[in-house]
Design a protein around this ligand. Structure first.
Ligand SMILES: NC(=O)c1ccc[n+]([C@@H]2O[C@H](COP(=O)([O-])OP(=O)(O)OC[C@H]3O[C@@H](n4cnc5c(N)ncnc54)[C@H](O)[C@@H]3O)[C@@H](O)[C@H]2O)c1
Length: 472
């Protein structure tokens, strides 16, 4: 019988991907594209049905990349774990959210591990991809898998390889972003690395699963802290009457020692607002307090409150109170040009506006429905529907607040028709005719007249640099 190594080498290894979401579906497609047979498993029957029909639901996986592999029978999907015992390598890509107290919720990892355990076979390779705190693979996944009676590192292989996908980023994708891999043993690491290389990835092996887990948290904490830094300085710039966007544009002309991050209404997505808390939580077990993480969270989570303050000031400059005003929120996805609204700062902005008596509506070309008011603060859930961005919708609004700067939105038109505009992410930078009267976050007290003419940078979304609006 050929070994796993042989099957990887000649691409006959059968790969299973558990969790076919923003991470799992691109990974499954990448393996299929590399010539491997792939079985996807997701408890969500709608996703399974979509794949069976060759239909994509993740913008980063275009229809033409998915459908041929489904048609060829190389990529299949199921909502149960039947047949996973026949797979050679199993990737776990399930969610790792936090609970209301911001403690890690590993229930999805535990549940997936248990489902694998009951069918685990000698010689199989299991790779955890979900973002989590250092120790999860060894302290949570390993003991569950060993309940099978098989021994990790001897009877089966276990590794951790963090996913680094950046939804909406067309330059760095599942195909060309290097992968970090840490194994329980050197053999575990080698097998996982070989398989990922065959998928087409450049692989950077590390000495342990913990090192690989911490690598991912370093990357995301780095972003959270830097975004917090620019958010704090943007608030200072506003008080000083300096256009902070112009300052970032100037600073980034330095070819070394500086990397631009951008301020915004807060952080969102599955990663930046969540992952650092995983590390913060785990650190306490070691009598250690990760102060930078907490400080960054404090600054970033205060940004939606500042946005509401800007809206209030913009309206009062026109002699109008916030209460009773109609506020049109533009963009509720957690970052530009994606359809993912998870943990979006728009949620808190809209909740706060509503609590303060505003009549809130929103427009997002990618998010047709958006639920707000469902946490302990408000307990007043409401499922909102995106309104069309018509002239009437703009005319009827007392204030339009740009929370996420989707490229598909015509900001010229917004500026022309809305009586007052708050821009939290520099989305109006490229509009012609100046931006007098636009209240821009980070651009001086009430967007001091003329600030827009001072050459603030264009709306950049340098994913690698972490466009500060929010990130996942
Ligand atoms: N979205 C990103 O940009 C991104 C980037 C890097 C890392 N990550 C990490 O990757 C992991 C997955 O994130 P995602 O964005 O793909 O989540 P997602 O919610 O888009 O997808 C997860 C999928 O797992 C399925 N699922 C849940 N429990 C399951 C189970 N027991 N068995 C089978 N399927 C199950 C869900 O139905 C869902 O479709 C998380 O840990 C996240 O932090 C996400």
């Amino acid at each position: 019988m050929p070994s796993l190594q042989d099957k990887i080498a000649d691409r006959t290894a059968h790969v299973a991907v558990i969790g076919l979401g923003y991470v799992g579906l691109p990974l499954a497609t990448a393996f299929a594209k590399a010539g491997f047979r792939v079985s996807g498993i997701d408890l969500d029957q709608r996703k399974v049905d979509a794949i069976a029909a060759g239909e994509t639901y993740i913008p980063d996986v275009p229809q033409e990349e998915l459908a041929p592999h489904v048609e060829a029978g190389r990529l299949t999907a199921a909502s149960d774990y039947e047949g996973i015992d026949e797979c050679d390598a199993i990737f776990i890509c399930v969610p790792t959210p936090y609970d209301v107290q911001r403690a890690p919720d590993l229930s999805f990892i535990r549940s997936a591990s248990r489902s694998i355990m009951t069918r685990l076979q000698p010689g199989q390779l299991v790779v955890l991809q979900s973002t989590t705190y250092p120790g999860t693979t060894e302290e949570v996944v390993l003991p569950i898998l060993e309940e099978s009676g098989l021994k990790a590192g001897e009877d089966f292989y276990l590794a951790f390889s963090p996913e680094r996908i950046d939804p909406g980023n067309t330059q760095w994708t599942a195909y060309n972003t290097p992968k970090v891999v840490g194994g329980l043993t050197p053999a575990c690491c080698e097998l996982a690395a070989d398989l990922l290389r065959k998928m087409g990835a450049v692989v950077h092996p590390v000495s342990s699963t913990r090192a690989a887990e911490l690598t991912k948290l370093l990357e995301n904490t780095f972003r959270a802290v830097n975004i917090a830094l620019v958010n704090e300085l943007a608030l200072l710039s506003e008080r000083m009457g300096i256009d902070f966007w112009e300052v970032i544009d100037a600073a980034k002309t330095k070819p070394f020692g500086f990397m631009p991050f951008y301020p915004g209404p807060g952080v969102g997505g599955h990663c930046i607002p969540v992952d650092p808390y995983y590390l913060f939580w785990k650190a306490r077990e070691y009598d250690f307090y990760t102060k930078f993480i907490e400080l960054a969270a404090e600054v970033n989570e205060a940004m939606p409150y500042h946005v509401v303050e800007l809206v209030t000031r913009a309206l009062s400059a026109q002699g109008q109170p916030l209460s009773g005003s109609r506020v049109l929120v533009l963009g509720v996805a957690f970052k530009p040009d994606v359809d993912d609204p998870r943990n979006s700062p728009a949620k808190r902005v809209m909740e706060l506006l509503r609590v303060r008596g505003a009549d809130v509506v929103y427009h997002d070309p990618y998010v047709p429905r958006f639920r707000i008011g469902d946490d302990v603060f408000h307990r007043d859930p409401v499922e909102m529907a995106s309104v069309e961005l018509t002239d009437e919708a703009l005319d009827e609004a007392d204030c339009a607040v740009i929370v996420t700067g989707h490229r598909a939105v015509d900001y010229e038109r917004v500026l022309k028709r809305a009586p007052c505009v708050v821009d939290t992410c520099n989305a109006t930078a490229d509009t012609e005719g100046g931006r007098d009267g636009v209240v821009r976050l980070g651009a001086g007290e009430l967007g001091s007249k003329g600030a827009g003419e001072q050459g603030a940078g264009s709306l950049e979304r340098e994913a690698s640099a972490g466009c500060g609006t929010s990130a996942g």
